[in-house]
Structures are given as C-alpha cells and as structure tokens.
Design a binder for this molecule. Structure first.
Ligand code: IPE
Ligand code: IPE
Ligand code: MG
Length: 261
C-alpha cells in the first residue's frame, strides 16, 4: 500500500495559508439551468463543461495544486435511463476530446470511483487519459465518477480486512492514517475548500471522511453560471476564514507570531 505523503488534519495541526491547496466541488444545478433556459437537461450538463474549463484555468492561475470535481455520484444511476445514458455519452466525449488539452496544459487527470460499472470504452478512455497525463505536475485534476463517500470508506475497510487476513497488517496497528492510505483519494491532501453550487446545502455522499476539517462554501449560483468571478468570490471567502482545527483563536495568533519571528 502506498505511503501517504500528506499529513492528516486530525493527526497534526496543519499550517494553513490564505490559499487553498486542494479544492473539491459538487457541480450542481445543471438541470435547473437548462430548465430555466427552456432547454433539455443535457444542455445544462454540456454547458457545465465550460465551467469546468474555467475552474481548471482558475486553479492553475491561482496556484491551487489539486482540484477534485464530483461528476457522477453512486446515486445518480437512479435518474431516468435516458439522462444516465446521455451523461455517459457526454463523459465519453469529454474524455476523448479534453485529455489532450489537459496534457498540453500539464494537468494530471485521475478518476476516482467505482469505474467497474462503466462501459469498457469509458474504462479504456480513463486509462488512456491517466497514462497520457501521469507525469504532469502543474495541477492535479481528479474527477469523481460513480463515486460515493460510503463506497470509498467501505472499500478501504474491505482492503484493510484483506491485508489483515493475508498477514500484512495487524489489526492493533489500524488507525486513521491506515484508513487514509486505503481510501481512493490516498494520493490527495485533504480538501481545504469545498464548494457546492446550485443552492443545496448538503454533502450528497461526496468525500465523507476527507471533509473532516474542510471549509464549506455554498452558493446558489447554478454550475453552468459559475464563472471566474464566482470562483474568485469563493477564494476570497476562504481567505477570510480562521481555521482552528480544534484550537482557540488566541492560540492561532500566538502561532502566527511564532512563525513570523
Ligand atoms: C449536477 O447537476 C450534475 C450531475 C449530478 C450529473 P444536476 O443534474 O443535479 O442539476 P439539478 O440539481 O437537477 O439542477
Ligand atoms: C450531487 O448532485 C452529485 C453531483 C454533482 C455529481 P445531485 O444533484 O445528484 O445531489 P442531490 O441528489 O440533489 O443531493
Ligand atoms: Mg442536482
């Protein structure tokens, strides 16, 4: 199992700056955007891809190294079959047409989620895009597809149990760092900033474990309308937060003084 290169916010108090290192986004409101415009829902999903481009560019420009986007949840299969198949088609087209562009911009693409449920074609395109971009380090784009926070934690438990059965791990050695190593996001630091567009204030089974100390930002802006200005608003909101990680505000001021000295 890979060693985690990032420290956990519940294991040690992280040094946090005014800029997020990792942003995680629930891109919600595509359907409502389309409905308002008198268009089919899929038109909203298509327009949503424009917003993806905007935030990827915004992250590169702002020096945000990790961006994770929730594209399709493990519960989204419950939608009408026609919408699901149109979303799969859009995902296929996006993988086919955007991988090269990401590569040109030195962006590394990774997919997290239960990809086994996708068609062989999508699985092939995922693998191809991940391989193409594997050496890029300008920015790390992770797309969560057929992802569920509960699936992620359950998978980690299953793999840990298998490692114990195989004699590679002792049950008495299992702690939160072990779980983090087995999560599908083990290559990512914890998100600093979570954004949900579309007005709902819920997590919808996104990164349940990983959001423990993430700053939450909810906006009623629908995802296709989420432009650079909206993105900068979210960054500004983050910069104003005092992240205490269990400590008192006074301790933080003391810590800052100590760092500046
Ligand atoms: C988010 O937009 C995209 C996906 C879940 C795939 P929605 O499709 O949920 O849009 P609303 O919430 O119906 O407006
Ligand atoms: C969450 O949006 C999932 C994605 C954006 C991919 P939903 O629109 O599916 O969330 P709920 O069902 O309203 O909570
Ligand atoms: Mg929605």
């Amino acid at each position: 199992m890979n060693q985690r290169q990032f420290t956990s916010t519940t294991e040690a108090v992280p040094v946090s700056g005014t800029h997020p290192r990792h942003i995680a986004i629930i891109m919600d409101g595509n359907g409502r955007w389309a409905k308002k415009a008198g268009l089919p829902r899929i038109a909203g999903h298509k327009r949503g891809l424009e917003s993806v481009r905007t935030v990827v560019k915004g992250c590169v420009e702002a020096g945000v190294k990790y961006l994770t986007l929730f594209a399709f949840s493990s519960e989204n299969w419950r939608r009408p079959p026609t919408e699901v198949s149109l979303l799969m088609e859009l995902f296929t087209n996006a993988l086919e047409s955007k991988a090269r562009k990401l590569h040109e911009n030195q962006v590394r693409l990774r997919i997290v989620g239960d990809v086994a449920r996708f068609s062989p074609k999508i699985r092939m395109l995922i693998q191809r895009a991940e391989t193409l971009t594997r050496d890029n380090d300008k920015m790390n784009l992770t797309v969560a597809a057929n992802y569920g926070g509960r699936w992620d934690v359950a998978e980690a438990c299953r793999k840990i149990a298998a490692a114990v059965e195989a004699g590679d791990l002792k049950s008495s050695d299992i702690d939160s760092k072990t779980i983090e190593r087995y999560l599908s996001t083990s290559f990512l630091p914890e998100p600093d900033l979570f954004i949900r567009t579309g007005g709902e204030q819920r997590i919808s089974n996104f990164l349940l474990w990983q959001l423990a100390y993430t700053e939450l930002y909810f906006t009623s802006t629908l995802w296709p309308d989420f432009d650079d200005r909206a993105f900068q608003d979210a960054l500004r909101s983050f910069a104003m937060r005092q992240r205490r990680f269990g400590q008192t505000g006074d301790q933080l001021i003391g810590r800052r003084r100590a760092t500046n000295a």
